[in-house]
Design a protein around this ligand. Structure first.
Ligand SMILES: Cc1cc2nc3c(=O)[nH]c(=O)nc-3n(C[C@H](O)[C@H](O)[C@H](O)COP(=O)(O)OP(=O)(O)OC[C@H]3O[C@@H](n4cnc5c(N)ncnc54)[C@H](O)[C@@H]3O)c2cc1C
Length: 460
């Protein structure tokens, strides 16, 4: 989803881009012999694990990546459906100018499509179009609110977002359809973009992350898994291997798998999602340090789910990038993105997020799809009834347990630091350990590289 964040300084962006290029070179080189080299186990073959593996290999370590699923990529998962490729998880390279994944896409020869989120087509229930003037008035109010929340966040990062947001909304003085349109636009920010609803988020959490040098968000023709495959080049991954416990001592690490195998190594990068850490399905012996455990409990895991809607022909206005039916509580916001410009097929994807999405996932296999279709039909009529559908269930996926992390009012930036801190021969990695780019693909990749560098300097 769209992310609005503050700018990363040019110096930081250049530094990140330089590391990114280094990883690609590392992805092709594995020349040193295994004998005599220190061995590292990386748990999880998402972008963080793969980033860590490439960095460690480039530094001469013997690296094995073990992955519970039968595929790599984790929350990046492109599949063939509806006669095209769809992304069940991450899809956009956000803030493309300076994002190191833009360089990966270029080097892999991938074609991208820029997204303008503000090409919005809104309807009231009863299929009444919301005028352009009202939509623009609501967008201007949204922008003022977001700017104001950003400036408050620096002063009071741990305060709850909900009351600050309510105050800012009141200040705009919008009523009737304008107020409902504003409510929908804010729903796209939270819960959809942030994965949590306003009372779950802190002001600092809303403000965290950096934006590189801006630039449009890019969708990738043929799917985001192509980025993962490029980054994974040359890395050995054992799939179908679920890790159940990790024992560390002064001299080694023992990783035990569900199949009862024990793998011994000199060090370990645990690149599993925060949701998996919260569920305690991996036992750490000795337990992780108390600051890390506190951070695991306090930092939130949000939810974004997708419902793909396939049609016999495209029925939406050609220019529209987002379709919405207004008049619902902010927490229940649904946004639908036509994907025809990307796929060349009559396909769209609906988004639900936060506790609303969690309730729909739990309500059974078809509840979310029904909610998205009914909402779309309420605004856009019978044309919006799809011929076939597919929904994601990221919360119910045992090796993910949510979509991405966010800062709650109980947590702060120091918790992200605690999550990414080296603990003897073991280090955690993932989007949740990223300070600059949490909840993103690039953030996960760079966090993996950072974790690898920390572990490598300890083991040298
Ligand atoms: C619906 C959705 C939409 C998103 N949209 C975007 C977007 O448009 N742009 C963007 O930049 N980001 C987006 N994101 C976020 C992005 O996907 C993540 O931030 C990033 O992919 C996380 O990478 P990771 O390596 O930290 O974790 P993951 O990709 O989750 O990798 C962790 C790996 O660990 C494995 N694992 C778990 N438990 C075990 C175990 N016990 N043993 C062995 N292996 C295990 C998992 O199977 C998984 O492969 C989206 C996420 C979702 C869910």
């Amino acid at each position: 989803m769209a992310r609005v964040a503050k700018q990363l300084s040019r110096r930081e962006a250049l530094a990140l881009a330089a590391t990114a290029t280094g990883a690609l070179v590392a992805g092709c080189a594995d020349s040193a012999p295994a004998a005599g080299r220190k061995r590292i186990i990386v748990v999880g073959a998402g972008l963080a694990g793969l980033g860590a593996a490439a960095t460690l290999r480039a530094r001469g370590f013997d690296v094995t990546v073990v992955e519970a699923r039968e595929r790599i990529g984790g929350r990046v998962n492109s599949v063939e459906r509806f006669g095209t490729t769809i992304d069940l998880g991450a899809a956009w390279i956000h803030d493309s100018r300076g994002n190191p994944l833009t360089a990966v896409a270029k080097s892999a020869g991938l074609e991208t499509v820029a997204t303008d989120y503000d090409r919005v087509e809104l309807r009231s229930a009863g299929q009444k179009p919301v005028s352009e003037a009202i939509t623009e008035q609501a967008m201007a109010a949204r922008d003022r609110i977001i700017d104001s929340l950003y400036s408050q966040a620096d002063k009071d990062p741990r305060s709850n977002l909900a009351p600050a947001l309510a105050r800012e909304v009141r200040k705009q003085g919008l009523t009737g359809t304008s107020a409902e349109a504003l409510n929908w636009l804010l729903g796209v920010e939270f819960p959809l973009d942030r994965g949590g609803s306003p009372p779950q988020l802190s002001l600092g959490g809303f403000n965290e992350g950096e934006e590189y040098d801006g630039g449009p968000d890019l969708l990738i023709k043929g799917g985001a898994s192509q980025l993962v495959n490029k980054i994974a080049e040359g890395t050995k991954v054992e799939t179908g291997v679920e890790v159940t416990s990790i024992k560390t001592s002064r001299s080694k690490v023992e990783v035990r798998t569900r199949a009862g195998k024990t793998i011994t190594a000199d060090g370990c990068v645990v690149a599993v999602p925060l949701g998996v850490l919260k569920a305690s399905t991996i036992r750490f012996d000795p337990p992780l340090p108390s600051a890390t455990r506190r951070a695991i409990a306090r930092v939130g895991v949000g939810l974004l789910d997708k419902v793909f809607l396939s049609y016999d022909s495209a029925w939406w206005p050609a220019a529209a990038n987002q379709l919405g039916t207004i008049g619902q509580p902010l927490t229940n916001t649904i946004s639908v993105f036509p994907l025809s410009k990307l796929t060349g097929t009559p396909l769209a994807v609906g988004f639900t997020g936060g506790p609303y999405a969690a309730r729909l996932e739990k309500a059974g296999p078809a509840a979310m799809t029904a909610a998205v279709v009914e909402r779309l039909k309420a605004g856009f009529g019978e044309n919006a009834a799809p011929s076939s559908t597919l929904q994601t269930n990221w919360l119910s996926e045992p090796f993910t347990r949510g979509s991405y992390s966010y800062l709650t009012p109980q947590s702060g930036y120091s918790d992200r630091e605690a999550l990414g801190k080296l603990n003897g021969r073991l280090i955690l990695a993932g989007e949740h350990t990223s300070i600059d780019r949490p909840a993103t693909m690039d953030g996960a990749w760079l966090a993996g590289k950072t974790a690898a560098a920390r572990l490598a300097s300890k083991l040298r």
